[in-house]
Ligand binder design. Structure first.
Ligand code: URA
Length: 452
């Protein structure tokens, strides 16, 4: 096989065979196909797309390019959940213990945050002593004993995806539905889940800004799951404002604990119950969505979800007393209120800008190697639709920045404060908003979301 012939084939819009795709991924991963040829192929895919079968073959080729987790020794149906990334998205921290308390084993590999979105692993590291690395044996043992383990993605999971994603990043080929879908699903498949629940975000803080694009991505990922025999469903959810109120690692853990205690923000709770209900149904721990949701609600009220959270934190060496006393989490030195410049209603909150402002405070990474401050972040005081009076707080920055001798914040800090204030749009009249969950995509098609 000659790589140039495969590039030409895709350039001219033809369908590649499974063998051709396997060759391309194997040889690229081994360093025998140079970046310039792979870039040309990725650009051909960008313009020509891939069939459902080709996308599934690409996913499998990347999933098999490195270590593949065998979760066979874990009892029960392992259901993984994946979010395409958002601002303030702490659903894994709530869902993991919640569905584990309902009997679904959760063996999760998670990532660190980059740019305006946070990562579950960083959030968990704000709990004193919590260890994110485990041997495979300990990982499996913990899931069998506690029902839940969350570890950092191992170095050799889907190396071909890692290499191709980095190449796409610098060749303007990230934004291709088959390439994104295969990239995400290859990691899920290599992580060994039997079934997958996806949360595909759309809106100002999401990777997929339009609803139409989010639906297409969800369909592509559900098709892959179906082709490779892993039942997959996707919810399309709104990221037109941060999820919940807290953005930043320890702040988000605190909000997740409040939710596990039976309180927490309504939007976070609603999304967790919807995603969790599907996890229970796919994991065969409930026969229908309503039964699943009722069960999960009960676990939030009766304290068993919180108890599971404590058990999980202890199992990974962390200080489980945070579950009862979130004040033990790291906290920033100062809080600065960002106040409204006008009275009216909050009609827009630019989630990406809030995420970027949190990153600039130190909660997130600008580049892969940036250090982060687990204690800092932003807590919203107002959400979409809320009435606001001029001078009232829109948000509170939790910061460790130092005032200079003249008592002023440094330049960067003023820029952050301005960014947060500008992220809020205040209008004299209330506006209509899109629902938190738009639709559910399954192998049988797309259905508009109806709460149950
Ligand atoms: N996230 C991934 O893991 N891969 C992509 O291609 C895009 C987003």
């Amino acid at each position: 096989m000659r790589t140039v012939d495969l590039i030409e084939k895709k350039r001219d819009g033809h369908e590649m065979t499974a063998e051709e795709i396997q060759y391309l991924i194997r040889e690229y991963n081994a360093g025998r196909i140079p970046d310039y040829q792979m870039s040309a192929w990725a650009m051909a895919v960008f313009f020509r797309g891939m069939s459902i079968r080709e996308t599934a073959d690409l996913t499998l080729a990347m999933a098999n390019s490195g270590d593949v987790m065998d979760l066979g020794p874990i009892h029960g149906i392992k259901v993984d959940k994946h979010s395409t990334g958002g601002v303030g998205d702490k659903t894994t921290l709530v869902l993991g213990p919640l569905v584990a308390a309902a009997g679904v084993p959760v063996a999760k590999m998670s990532g660190r945050g980059l740019g305006h979105t946070g990562g579950t692993i960083d959030k968990l590291e704000s709990i004193k002593g919590f260890a994110v690395e485990r041997t495979r044996q300990d990982f499996i043992l913990q899931v069998n004993e506690c029902g839940l383990a969350v570890i950092s993605q191992s170095g050799n999971i889907t190396p071909a995806d890692k290499k191709l994603y980095a190449l796409r990043d610098v060749t303007a080929t990230v934004n291709s539905i088959p390439l994104i879908a295969s990239s995400v699903m290859s990691k899920k498949i290599a992580s060994g889940a039997d079934a997958i629940v996806l949360d595909v975000k759309t809106g100002s803080g999401a990777f997929m800004k339009s609803l139409d694009e989010a639906v297409k991505l969800a369909q592509a990922m559900v098709n892959i799951g179906t082709q490779v025999g892993r039942e997959t469903i996707a919810l399309i959810s709104e990221m037109d404002q941060p999820l919940g109120f807290a953005v930043g690692n320890a702040l988000e853990v605190r909000e997740a604990i409040e939710t596990l205690q039976g309180g927490g923000p309504e939007d976070l709770k609603l999304l967790c119950l919807a995603l969790g209900a599907y996890m229970l149904v796919l994991g065969k721990k409930a026969s229908g969505l309503q039964e699943a949701k009722d069960r999960l609600q009960e676990l939030l009220v009766n304290g068993l979800a919180l108890e599971k959270f404590s058990e999980f934190i202890s199992a990974q060496g962390g200080d489980a007393s945070v579950a009862q006393n979130p004040d033990l989490l790291p906290s920033a030195g100062r809080q600065i209120e960002i106040s409204a410049g006008a009275s009216g209603y909050v009609t827009a909150i630019n989630a990406e800008d809030i995420g970027l402002a949190a990153m600039m405070l130190g909660a997130g990474r600008e580049t892969k190697d940036s250090a982060i401050d687990l204690s800092v972040g932003i807590v919203l005081r107002k959400k979409l639709g809320d009435p606001v009076v001029m001078g009232e707080a829109l948000a509170v920055l939790h910061t460790n920045s130092i005032r200079n001798e003249a008592g002023n914040h440094d330049k960067k800090h003023s820029e952050i404060e301005r960014k947060v204030q500008k992220a809020f749009q205040i209008s004299p009249h209330p506006a209509q908003f899109r629902p938190l969950i738009h639709a559910v995509v399954t192998k049988d098609g797309i259905k508009e979301w109806k709460d149950f």
